[in-house]
Ligand binder design. Structure first.
Ligand code: RB5
Length: 146
């Protein structure tokens, strides 16, 4: 089981709540970094919070939700050591782990069916980084900006 930091803005709040419940039901230790309501907030604050939790070692993995999944991924990816992947479907989520070793998964509440979002998160969690030819590429990703 993993320690998972989860965060959203107002536009991702409802899906974030749903995903947090699913992750808890699966036995993960979920740390909810907000938002805590649908009151309007700024997605960079929550992408940063999730990114820092993962990069700092307080969480093994992170899940981020905003309206599109894009802005909050951009924010999380500004934190050194974060590999955040905004994904529109289950296969992308699986590949984000297998090839890119994504440590943060980002979803867009306004764009994805909630059931698909749950399947995407579980596919990402169940998948394993394949290493091999992907190892050096991920190392280059991590070296960017250092
Ligand atoms: C909020 O309206 C929306 O812009 C935000 O949730 C996200 O989609 C940005 O990338």
């Amino acid at each position: 089981m993993s320690r998972i930091a989860i965060g959203s803005d107002h536009a991702g709040f409802l899906l974030k709540q749903q995903l947090a419940d699913v992750l808890r039901d699966l036995g993960h230790k979920v740390s909810d970094l907000g938002a805590h309501s649908v009151d309007r907030v700024d997605y960079p604050d929550f992408g940063e919070a999730v990114g820092r939790a993962v990069a700092g070692g307080d969480a093994d993995l992170g899940v981020c939700v905003c309206g599109s999944g894009l802005g909050i991924a951009m924010a999380a990816n500004k934190v050194q050591g974060v590999r955040a992947a905004p994904v529109p479907d289950v296969l992308s989520a699986q590949l984000a782990r297998q090839h890119n070793d994504a440590n943060v998964l980002c979803l867009g509440e306004r764009l994805i069916d909630p059931e698909v979002a749950v399947q995407a998160v579980t596919a990402w969690l169940d998948a394993e980084f394949e290493g091999g030819r992907h190892e050096g590429r991920v190392a280059k990703l991590d070296a960017l900006g250092t």
